[in-house]
Ligand binder design. Structure first.
Ligand code: MN
Length: 735
């Protein structure tokens, strides 16, 4: 086990100002906290956080990161708390350790390969400090290095997760070295035979080509030193995993990959980089199109280097990368190479510019990380729903669901499955019952309670944030409305068949679907219910020889003619003879009106006792009585002087009639009007006037001016009409 002074020495080697006392305190605290805990290897558990810290000292990270690494498993695995760590080590370190604790909890979640991208984003969303991710990667690296102690059945899962999630994350953070090691450790575990085969052949190759590589190295170094340039020349080793990937991707044999040599030249200054390439190009012929200047135009992740390929000694193709030590550090360690370690490198005097450069780099990296690499994801999420606007939640079984920020359990439910959304009646967030409209947070575990046969309230449509939820709700409410229309349509169609004296079955209608150009029976019934299709046409489609006297087609006039045996215009008006109308204005029993002004009821709708009423004065003409709910009154809103407070003045034994207007929507078939008239007549009311408004061949809107005793009388008539099967709607008109 690494000793206390060893840890301090490692840090002081690159950071003489390191807080020795803080490092010692962390060492002692974590050692005590983990106590007798053991790892799978049988080693004391404490060796693990120490090794993680050691990996990070290789990356020359700052004190807080090193201390956080030493403490990274304390909150989760020991009796330690965030408060205690804040107290002993300060809030900065407390926040880092808590960030790592949150990430550790995610290890329990199943991570299927197809969710890896989301999971990487979740890591980022939860870790609000990049240093947390760097420690997490070091933690994973040490666990991978010691994976052979873990039971075999667990190994594959951890190795897969490393390949799917952590290695790409390291790559995106520019930590190429970390990525390579993670990938190769995972590869060795997942495909031990393939790995061994490639390793054996790589070492064969080293033996076989050893002489040639040495020769190239010597010639390169010689040519450069002759021009006074000091360069560190290194043959570039291929890693087993990178060879495997290339063989897989390009489906080529090992031999085809083995004939290229790669070298890396590390020099002192940027000018040296260009001079080196110049010298090499004059000494050996270069392969056209292979020179890349990533120094003047760095890659997006700040990778800087010159690349070229020449035909070297023995007509061997040689790939060269030329860069300074700083550039190399960034190429290998990415995010960790930047100003995360704030105490400054000896040769770096311009701290400010270095920090701002590091900041820019970080921002760019985060943007890169935010970009998904699967095209489906871009299709699925709109531009507005980018990563930093997302929340990541889990099902109780550990499935990861990515949602836009502001998403609710309803969105979550629809993301899980449309049926879950449609049947959702309640939700639990992290085990607690929560409103379906709560805003979800990163890492929430969401459980949706369902009830069969539920229709989502249409109002949800305005409250959800995902397109999927919105469209599903719209579809479900539309389906429900359609089902209502289909029910009404079935009623109309069966009656039409009865009238025609023809038997109806669904089977028969099914056979006629092509003639009706509809896909299903429900489509036909809903179309009839909505008034888009005439029931007579349905009968005719089933029984082509059927002759319908009402012969409707699309023309409303013809249908009406069928109804009354008349040829009429779309709107038809006639007076019912003998109806009693209050003919004299003075007979209207209203209180609150002085003088001899004529009083009349509002032209459309009238008013009946029981209505709350208001009088509107028109100078020189008289007073018009409106029910208080009449929409027509809004026209007088800005003329308060015309409003009169009036009241009914009725004797209990007086049996006068008062005008009221209703609209009845009813199925267009013989007998309908008679039925309506008899309901009204039986109730002891009069019909003063009837007007038919065109709607469709199967429906009519009938505007009826009635004479009724009072509001109670009118409401009784409306209820009775509504109860009739042929009537689909009754509404009072209020002027
Ligand atoms: Mn750990």
């Amino acid at each position: 086990m690494m000793r206390q002074y060893e840890l301090v020495d490692r840090v002081r080697k690159y950071n003489p100002q390191a807080n020795e006392e803080l490092l010692n305190r962390a060492y002692v605290y974590a050692m005590k906290a983990h106590g007798a805990q053991k790892r799978a290897s049988g080693d004391p558990y404490f060796t693990h956080p120490l090794e993680v810290a050691a990996i990070l000292t290789d990356l020359k990270l700052d004190d807080a990161t090193i201390v956080a690494a030493v403490l990274h498993d304390t909150i989760e695995d020991t009796a330690s708390t965030r408060e205690e760590i804040d107290q002993i080590f300060g809030r900065e370190i407390g926040a880092l350790v808590e960030g790592l604790t949150k990430l550790k909890k995610l290890d329990l979640v199943s991570k299927r390969a197809e969710q890896a991208e989301n999971f990487r984003k979740l890591l980022l969303a939860i870790a609000d400090d990049v240093r947390v991710l760097v420690v997490k990667l070091a933690d994973r690296l040490h666990n991978m290095r010691t994976l052979h102690f873990v039971p075999p059945e667990k190994r594959a899962r951890i190795a897969e997760e490393t390949l799917d999630i952590y290695a790409p994350l390291a790559g995106r953070m520019g930590m190429q070295h970390m990525r390579d090691e993670l990938e190769n450790l995972a590869f060795r575990n997942l495909m031990p035979e393939a790995c061994a085969m490639i390793e054996a052949r790589l070492s064969d190759l080293r033996l076989k080509n050893g002489a040639i590589i040495h020769k190239i190295e010597e010639e390169l170094a010689g040519a450069l030193s002759a021009r006074g340039i000091v360069a560190d020349v290194k043959g570039r080793e291929k890693t087993p995993y990178s060879v495997w990937k290339k063989m897989e991707r390009k489906s080529i044999a090992f031999e085809q990959l083995s004939d290229i040599f790669g070298f890396r030249l590390i020099v002192g200054t940027v000018e040296d980089c260009y001079r080196v390439v110049g010298i090499i190009h004059t000494k050996w012929p270069f392969v056209p199109g292979r020179f890349k200047d990533y120094i003047s135009t760095p890659k997006q992740n700040d990778y800087r280097s010159l690349h070229t390929t020449v035909v070297g000694p023995g007509r061997q193709r040689v790939e060269l990368q030329v860069r300074t030590a700083d550039m190399h550090d960034i190429a290998e360690n990415g995010i960790a190479a930047h100003a995360l370690y704030k105490d400054g490198r000896a040769n770096d005097t311009d701290v400010l510019s270095r920090e701002s450069r590091a900041y820019r780099w970080l921002r760019r990296t985060i943007e890169l990380l935010a970009e998904g690499d699967s095209p489906e994801e871009f299709l699925e999420h709109t531009k507005l729903e980018l990563f930093h606007d997302q929340v990541f939640c889990f099902t109780p079984k550990g499935r990861l669901i990515a949602l836009p920020r502001g998403a609710t359990p309803i969105d979550f439910a629809y993301a899980v499955h449309t049926d879950v959304g449609n049947n959702a009646v309640g939700a639990k967030i992290n085990g607690r019952i929560a409103p379906l409209l709560s805003e979800l947070q990163n890492g929430d575990e969401v459980e949706v309670a369902c009830a069969e046969g539920q229709v989502p309230p249409a109002a949800w449509e305005a409250l959800v944030v995902t397109g999927k939820a919105r469209s599903s709700i719209r579809r479900a409410t539309r389906d429900a409305v359609r089902a209502q229309y289909a029910g009404l349509g079935r009623q109309i169609v069966t009656r039409a068949f009865e009238r025609a004296g023809k038997p109806y079955t669904d089977e028969k209608l099914k056979g006629a679907l092509p003639r009706l150009a509809r896909a299903s029976i429900d489509d036909v019934l809903a179309a009839v219910g909505r008034g888009e299709m005439f029931s007579g046409d349905v009968v005719k489609a089933v029984y082509p020889d059927f002759k319908d006297e009402r012969k409707a087609g699309a023309s409303a006039n013809k249908a009406e003619a069928g109804w009354f045996g008349l040829k009429k215009a779309a709107s038809l008006v006639f007076k019912v003879p003998g109806a009693a109308a209050p003919d004299a204005a003075h007979s209207i029993p209203i209180r609150g009106i002085g003088g001899d002004l004529p009083v009349s009821f509002a032209p459309n709708g009238g008013a009946v006792p029981g209505d709350r009423i208001v009088g509107i004065l028109t100078p020189g003409e008289g007073i018009t009585i409106y029910p208080i709910q009449s929409p027509a009154l809004t026209a007088f809103d800005d003329q308060p002087e015309r409003w009169l407070d009036v009241r009914w003045d009725i004797d209990d034994d007086r049996k006068d009639f008062f005008p009221a207007q209703i609209i009845v929507t009813a199925i267009n078939e013989p007998g309908t009007l008679g039925m309506i008239a008899s309901v009204i007549g039986d109730a002891g009311a009069n019909i003063d006037h009837i007007e038919f408004v065109s709607r469709s061949p199967d429906f009519r809107d009938i505007v009826l001016d009635l004479q009724v005793l009072d509001l109670k009388h009118l409401n009784a008539i409306i209820s009775e009409l509504k109860a009739k099967p042929v009537v689909s709607k009754v509404e009072r008109v209020n002027g």
